[in-house]
Design a protein around this ligand. Structure first.
Ligand SMILES: Nc1ncnc2c1ncn2[C@@H]1O[C@H](COP(=O)(O)OP(=O)(O)OP(=O)(O)O)[C@@H](O)[C@H]1O
Length: 717
């Protein structure tokens, strides 16, 4: 039975201060010893932290809060955009419930568009720009900007989402040299002033070219300025793109050709990264060779810096902060990294993952996620990327392709790539004589040489720190319970799981009789899990089991009576369990049911002062409840096709704690929040188990850790 656990413990210190336990104690780990050790160390501190707040003080505070709440006049916002399904028959499932003592009910049943095939398509964030740019404004016949010579605008070299590139022929003077400010022919990149990239003046790309232009593998920009309706950049003219070359060579390139491209492009990215930038749109169309029949015809360049971002802050020299905004996608769907699909802040690993897809595409001629169409294309492509193992993806490529892919998809957000090691992976596929190679590999040789001078060549198997790395993307997809535990003052908590519809009422009633109210609900295989607490602070509670996900009329009725949704669960058959309570701090509530994770809606609601307070899934649909006055200062989302371990740890380090969880068969989502009133002991632990963690819960109780959230769905083990 796979079991993964991880935890973080912090108490009573300002959220901005980061004093972390040793790193290995916070990583997701198999087995218990590490977590146990961590808990022991922190327990004394947690106990000390609890002392100052007596029970009497806590009761007084609670009374005060209660008074305040009574004074509030709740404004009930109607559920928006509810997408209801017709009634679903609830099938009763025979479950043998074992007698449960205090604190747990034992149950002994087994638990257990078509994307244009001619191109990777336009880069996102640029696609919309085409119509509003120069279609109505003719391009000038001649160009002179920023003190440049006069150029006659000749044939078109290419077109992207923002810009159009033409040959500029120098009208007077100039030399026959292929490149340089005096060249007879240059490339002129035009961007219309009304294009999306020029909202605030000159294109953002100009600034990036100022910092990177002319460095290894980036063409030099000689002049720039505005002429009429257009911003114009005068740059070195280059030759065909790798896309053109791939097409010209029968839509597949030899392994030697691709290996040369690999090593040289890694060296170009190394240079770009060393200057603090991530390219953000690595793909065959953006790699250009030098002009044919010139000394540069075998030299590789990386163009289109319009999506480049900084991975390192210029002022502090620190790595930029991690974040995830699942509605933000930058890049080109076919080659984008999975992190880019999921809206994570771009970092060096993303360029390398896109490069891996680029290389495999050039060699194999196709990627398995080509051919998806429609609104959720990005979701489907990302799902396919996650579901395609490196072995499968690289089955027609020599081993270095798979090795490269495995390394880059398993990199951490702020990990420094080992460029020389990545280059050396491909060396065996390249001929010994640099002069006869199809692509100039000077940049790569320099890196290998420099490293060789410093510490000798690294071998493929060697890990930098001698430690085998945890392969985050290569785990076996699993469907598991995700349970979250918070430190609390001792209280009574009871759980039930594998509860059939017909047995629900009796558990709730018995709990109520014992002074317990429902704090959390979840579902697995159309059976319910129920957590009941003595410490909910709710004053009364109602619940409904409904064939709908979610039952709007009933919810609105309860809203009228000043009940607020305090927890929800949905089952695979589309039914739902909604619990509504009085005594919550909420002043307004809204919910949404959606076929995909509704981050845009969440984001809009955040801006209106709402926070996610409950979340559930029914099959592949998401139900999200957001409330005003939820007691949070800030909130973030972690969404992934596997359990987002790295994101959770980064958020924990910044003072966030998990406050809601839900998962479909495909994705797991966690909501993490910064509470307005910090608990005395901020300890939080998570567990992933294939069976409901009945035994673990009891162990946690013994340590004053109580189930705070639980869901069943996609993880990775
Ligand atoms: N210096 C150059 N020399 C020759 N051709 C060039 C040069 N720069 C760009 N091109 C051609 O013009 C095309 C579009 O350029 P670029 O990618 O910079 O534009 P973009 O609008 O930013 O594109 P995208 O939508 O792909 O991001 C390139 O794919 C390439 O074919």
């Amino acid at each position: 039975m796979p079991e993964l656990r991880t935890g973080v413990r912090r108490r009573g210190r300002p959220l901005t201060t980061t004093v972390d336990p040793p790193r290995n104690t916070r990583r997701a780990t198999r087995g218990r010893p590490i977590a146990e050790a961590n808990r022991v160390t922190n327990r004394a501190a947690a106990a000390a932290a609890r002392k100052p707040r007596t029970r009497a003080a806590a009761a007084a505070e609670a009374e005060e809060e209660k008074k305040k709440k009574q004074e509030r006049n709740p404004v009930v916002e109607e559920a928006v955009k509810v997408d209801l399904e017709g009634p679903v028959e609830i099938k009763e499932v025979g479950v043998v419930l074992g007698g449960g003592g205090e604190g747990g009910e034992g149950v002994q049943i087994g638990e257990e568009k078509k994307m244009a095939d001619d191109s990777g398509g336009l880069s996102a964030n640029k696609a919309g720009a085409q119509e509003d740019e120069g279609s109505t404004t003719p391009f000038p016949e001649k160009v002179q900007v920023g003190g440049s010579p006069v150029y006659k605008v000749e044939r078109k070299l290419g077109k992207g989402g923002f810009g159009q590139v033409f040959v500029g022929r120098r009208v007077t003077g100039g030399s026959e040299r292929a490149t340089g400010s005096g060249a007879l022919e240059v490339a002129l990149k035009f961007e219309h002033r009304s294009s999306k990239g020029c909202n605030y003046g000159p294109p953002y790309e100009w600034q990036v070219y100022s910092n990177l232009g002319g460095s290894h593998g980036v063409p030099k920009v000689h002049y720039k300025g505005r002429q009429g309706e257009y911003y114009v950049m005068v740059m070195d003219m280059l030759g065909p793109s790798l896309w053109d070359k791939w097409n010209a060579s029968g839509q597949a390139m030899s392994s030697e050709m691709v290996a040369c491209i690999a090593v040289e492009s890694i060296s170009i990215l190394e240079k770009m990264h060393s200057k603090g930038y991530v390219h953000g749109d690595v793909k065959p169309e953006n790699f250009l060779l030098g002009q044919p029949s010139t000394a540069q015809e075998k030299k590789l360049f990386l163009v289109d810096l319009g999506l480049a971002t900084k991975w390192r802050d210029t002022g502090s020299n620190q790595h930029v902060d991690y974040d995830q905004r699942p509605d933000v996608f930058r890049g080109t769907v076919r080659y984008a990294s999975v992190h880019a699909h999921l809206g994570r802040t771009a970092s060096r690993r993303d360029d390398l993952e896109s490069l891996a897809y680029t290389l495999i595409f050039l060699h194999r001629g196709r990627l398995p996620w080509q051919g998806y169409q429609g609104d959720n294309k990005s979701f489907l492509v990302c799902k396919k990327k996650m579901a395609t193992s490196p072995e499968m993806l690289c089955c027609f490529c020599p081993p270095p392709f798979r090795q490269f892919l495995e390394i880059v998809v398993n990199m951490k957000f702020d990990e420094e790539p080992n460029y020389s090691k990545l280059i050396s992976l491909f060396e065996g596929l390249i001929g010994p004589n640099p002069a006869t190679r199809p692509i100039n590999t000077e940049g790569a040789q320099k890196i290998i040489y420099q490293v060789g001078q410093k510490r000798g060549r690294l071998t493929i198997e060697e890990e930098d720190d001698g430690q085998p790395k945890k392969k985050v993307r290569l785990g076996v997809p699993a469907t598991q319970w995700i349970s979250v535990y918070n430190a609390k003052l001792p209280m009574k908590q009871r759980y039930h799981y594998n509860v059939a519809d017909a047995r629900l009422a009796q558990h709730v009633e018995r709990g109520n009789e014992d002074g317990l109210l429902i704090s959390c609900v979840a579902s697995c295989s159309n059976l319910w899990a129920l957590i009941m607490d003595a410490g909910t602070n709710f004053t009364s509670q109602v619940y409904e089991l409904s064939p709908f996900f979610l039952h709007k009329e009933w919810i609105m009725e309860q809203w009228e009576k000043n009940y607020y949704i305090s927890s929800i669960a949905g089952s695979n058959n589309g039914s739902s369990l909604v619990v509504m309570s009085k005594g919550t701090p909420y002043t307004q509530q809204s919910y949404k049911v959606s076929d995909s994770f509704p981050f845009k809606w969440i984001n809009k609601k955040w801006r209106e002062g709402f926070h996610v307070t409950s979340m559930a899934t029914a099959g592949s649909r998401w139900g999200i409840v957001m409330s005003r006055n939820a007691g949070f200062n800030d909130q973030v989302v972690e969404l992934d096709f596997l359990y987002p371990s790295e994101g959770i740890h980064r958020r924990w380090d910044n003072g966030y704690r998990i406050t809601a969880t839900a998962a479909t068969w495909d994705q797991a989502a966690l909501i993490l929040s910064v509470p307005k009133r910090k608990p005395g002991d901020e300890t939080q632990e998570t567990l992933r188990t294939s069976a409901f963690p009945s035994q673990h819960v009891k162990e946690k109780w013994a340590k004053n850790l109580y189930l705070a959230s639980v869901c069943y769905g996609r993880t990775v083990s």
